[in-house]
Design a protein around this ligand. Structure first.
Ligand SMILES: Nc1nc2c(c(=O)[nH]1)N[C@H]1C(S)=C(S)[C@@H](COP(=O)(O)OP(=O)(O)OC[C@H]3O[C@@H](n4cnc5c(N)ncnc54)[C@H](O)[C@@H]3O)O[C@H]1N2
Ligand code: MOO
Length: 388
C-alpha cells in the first residue's frame, strides 16, 4: 500500500497539462474562468503621481507658508504645473502638479488672510507612478483562476479582455446495479445514487464541463464506456467497483485499454483509490462508499484537475486542537470533524458508507498511521472550504 503523499506524487507525475487555450472574454464575463496565457501590465497604476489626501499640494521647502491658493485640482484634471511659493487646492485621486512634492492634508490647515498656513505633514501623501503596478509587470499567469482581485488587477493594468481556458472535460462514470437514480422507487437491495449528484456538484464547482454516465456491472459495458469517454474527455473519474469484489470491473477494464497502478492507498476512507491511464487520458477511480468517494475526490481528483489545467496545487492544512480522543489505527485517517470556534469535534460515525457525518462536518482531520489522539493534541485540519 502507498501512503497518500506518494500516491499523489505518482498520480501528478503521470499528468501533462491539457491543451485548453480557449477564447477571449471581456473582463466582466470572465469571473470564475482560468487564464489561458500569461498577462503583463500595459499601463502603470497609478498612471500619474496621485494625491492620496484632500488638501493642498505645494513644495515642502515653502512650508508652512502662508501660500496663496493658485488653482484647484479635482480628480480627473489634466496635469498642471505649480510655481514656487504657491499651493494648489487638491483632492484625493487627482494628479499632483509638476513642481509640487507634497500634499498637506486639509486637517493641517491654519487659515490666514494672505493665503494658507500649513503644518508640515509626517509624509508626502503622494503615490508615485507605478507604485502599485509597473508597465510590463506580470499580472496573472497561465492557469491562474480569475477571481475578483485578478480581474481588477487586469483592468487597472490596462486590459479590457482576457484569454481564458476552455473548460476541462471530465466524464464521471458511476457503477453498481444496486445504484438507482435519485427519486426512483427502490426495490429490495437498491440505493439512490447520492455519489453521482454529489460529485457532479463538486465538479461543477471546480469549473469543469462534466458529464455523468451510469454503467451496469458488466465488463464489456465498462470497456466500451471507458474507451469512448477517454477518447473525448481530458479526465475520466469512475466511482465504485474498484475494490476486490467479483463485480468490480473497473480495474480489469482499464487494464484492457491502458494501464492501472496496482497500489492501494494506506488511508481511511479511500483505500481502494486507483489511478490509471487510457492513451494519454488519466483515469481516477474513487471507491463507491460516499465518504470514500468524497475524500478521495478532494485529495486526488482535485489536484489532478489542477495539474491538467497547468495550475499550481496547494493544500490548505491548518494546525488545530483536537477536542476528542481516538485510539491508533493502521491507515492514515481523514476524520469528519467540525470546527466549533476553538477546536475540532469529531463525528461519532466514521463509517465510509455514511453521508450524514459529512454534512455535519466542516472539514477533515488527518491522523497519521499508528497514532492515537489525546484531547488537546494539535491535528492537521483540512477545511472543506478549500474545495466547496
Ligand atoms: N474483501 C474486501 N472487500 C472490500 C475491501 C477490501 O479491501 N477487501 N475494501 C472495502 C473498502 S475500504 C471500500 S471503501 C469499499 C469500496 O468498494 P468499491 O469502490 O468497489 O465500491 P462498491 O463496492 O461499488 O460500493 C461500495 C458501497 O458504495 C455504494 N455505492 C456505490 N456507488 C454509489 C453511488 N453512486 N451512490 C451511493 N452509493 C454508492 C455501494 O452500494 C456500496 O454500499 O469496498 C470494501 N470492500
Ligand atoms: O477505504 Mo474504505 O473507504 O475504508 O471504507
Amino acid at each position: 500500500m502507498l501512503d497518500v503523499a506518494e500516491a499523489r506524487a505518482r498520480l501528478l507525475a503521470a499528468i501533462t497539462p491539457a491543451d485548453l487555450v480557449g477564447r477571449r472574454l471581456a473582463l466582466a464575463e470572465a469571473a470564475g474562468q482560468i487564464a489561458a496565457l500569461d498577462v503583463d501590465a500595459r499601463v502603470a497604476n497609478p498612471p500619474f503621481r496621485r494625491a492620496v489626501m484632500d488638501g493642498y499640494a505645494c513644495r515642502a521647502a515653502d512650508l508652512p507658508g502662508p501660500l496663496p491658493v493658485a488653482f484647484e485640482v479635482p480628480a480627473g484634471s489634466a496635469q498642471t504645473h505649480l510655481d514656487a511659493g504657491q499651493c494648489a487646492r487638491i483632492f484625493t485621486g487627482a494628479p499632483v502638479p509638476d513642481g509640487a512634492d507634497v500634499v498637506v492634508p486639509q486637517e493641517n490647515l491654519r487659515a490666514h488672510e494672505g493665503g494658507v498656513l500649513l503644518d508640515p505633514s509626517t509624509q508626502a501623501w503622494i503615490r508615485p507612478v507605478g507604485d502599485d503596478i509597473q508597465i510590463g509587470q506580470r499580472l496573472v499567469s497561465a492557469g491562474q483562476a480569475l477571481g475578483p482581485v485578478e480581474l481588477g488587477l487586469l483592468a487597472a493594468g490596462g486590459h479590457a479582455d482576457v484569454a481564458v481556458q476552455s473548460a476541462l472535460k471530465v466524464a464521471l462514470i458511476t457503477t453498481g446495479d444496486e445504484v438507482r437514480p435519485p427519486g426512483s422507487a427502490l426495490e429490495s437491495g437498491q440505493i439512490h445514487s447520492s455519489n453521482a449528484v454529489s460529485l457532479m456538484a463538486l465538479l461543477a464547482g471546480w469549473g469543469v464541463q462534466a458529464e455523468h454516465h451510469h454503467i451496469a456491472d458488466d465488463y464489456q459495458a465498462m470497456v466500451s464506456a471507458l474507451s469512448e469517454l477517454s477518447a473525448r474527455c481530458d479526465l475520466v473519474v469512475t466511482v465504485g467497483g474498484v475494490s476486490a469484489g467479483d463485480y468490480d470491473w473497473v480495474r480489469p477494464a482499464i487494464q484492457a485499454l491502458g494501464q492501472i497502478e496496482s497500489y492501494r492507498v494506506r488511508m481511511k476512507p479511500g483505500k481502494p483509490f486507483a489511478f490509471g491511464q487510457i492513451g494519454t487520458t488519466p483515469v481516477c477511480c474513487v471507491p463507491g462508499n460516499p465518504a470514500s468517494a468524497l475524500v478521495t475526490s478532494l485529495l486526488f481528483v482535485w489536484p489532478a484537475i489542477q495539474a491538467l489545467r497547468g495550475q499550481q496545487h496547494g493544500d490548505v492544512r491548518l494546525p488545530v486542537r483536537a477536542k476528542f480522543t481516538t485510539t491508533a489505527a493502521q491507515r492514515r485517517r481523514f476524520l469528519r470533524v467540525r470546527w466549533d470556534g476553538d477546536g475540532l469535534r469529531v463525528h461519532a460515525n466514521q463509517d465510509s458508507g455514511s453521508i450524514t457525518p459529512m454534512a455535519w462536518a466542516t472539514g477533515l482531520a488527518e491522523i497519521a498511521p499508528d497514532t492515537a489522539v489525546a484531547d488537546g493534541d494539535s491535528l492537521v485540519y483540512w477545511p472543506f472550504s478549500q474545495w466547496f
